[in-house]
Design a protein around this ligand. Sequence first.
Ligand code: G3P
Ligand code: MG
Length: 246
Amino acid sequence: MWPYPRTLAHRGGGTLAPENTLAALRCGLAYGYRAVEFDVMLASDGVPVVVHDPELGRTVAGSGHVNDYTAAQLGAMEAGAWFGPEFAGEGVPTFDAVVAYCKAQRIWMNVEIKPAPGVDVATGAAVARVTRDYFAKELTAGELLPLLSSFSIAALEAARQAAPELARGWLVEAIPSDWAQKSKELDVAAIHCDHQQLTPELAREVKAAGYGLFCYTVNTPERASELLAWGVDGFCTDRIDLIKPV
Ligand code: G3P
Ligand code: MG
């Protein structure tokens, strides 16, 4: 059973706001999205921050790598102006700030653990620990918790060790032929795949085995309906303006 929302705003607000910023979350909410996917990696001081690329330059003004800077330094960097002048002044938010916002607004989170090269274990463990600490009350009350996911097997294993009580999703491009064995070993609740690599047969097999099935990144209502008809449980989208949240 998939206890989570079906439609998630990718990187906060899809392509309608600067990705992985608090402005993106506000934008998602304005479109009625109360479920979101975003990416987390570690700053140089070990603090988890919300950003997609390990290198600066594309969305964050600056040079070098995310893990060359502390969370406070990243928070002061420009992460909104590339998208439009009205977003100037948005910094790289800490994971902590994003969780606080989402909790206050009752936004459900799929937290993608996105380690910079070589720091998979530390990133997986830190994200899981912070999440568990933030949701300690919900954990004991049996309420809906965030879902962690990652392409990094090492990060997933570290997250499992640090907070085994948090559900995890295994992110892949195409679902590999050994998915059943691997999913069991990793003890994941769901498989997250590129929708363009999914077939109805594979969707049926994954669902028949009892796993959640999540797709990224689905940008037309027609494709969304098709995937849901195949048994896909949920997906993230860049087009929060085209796809109504459910
Ligand atoms: O979590 C699904 C999706 O976000 C994976 O790709 O590169 O957008 O993080 P990416
Ligand atoms: Mg992502």
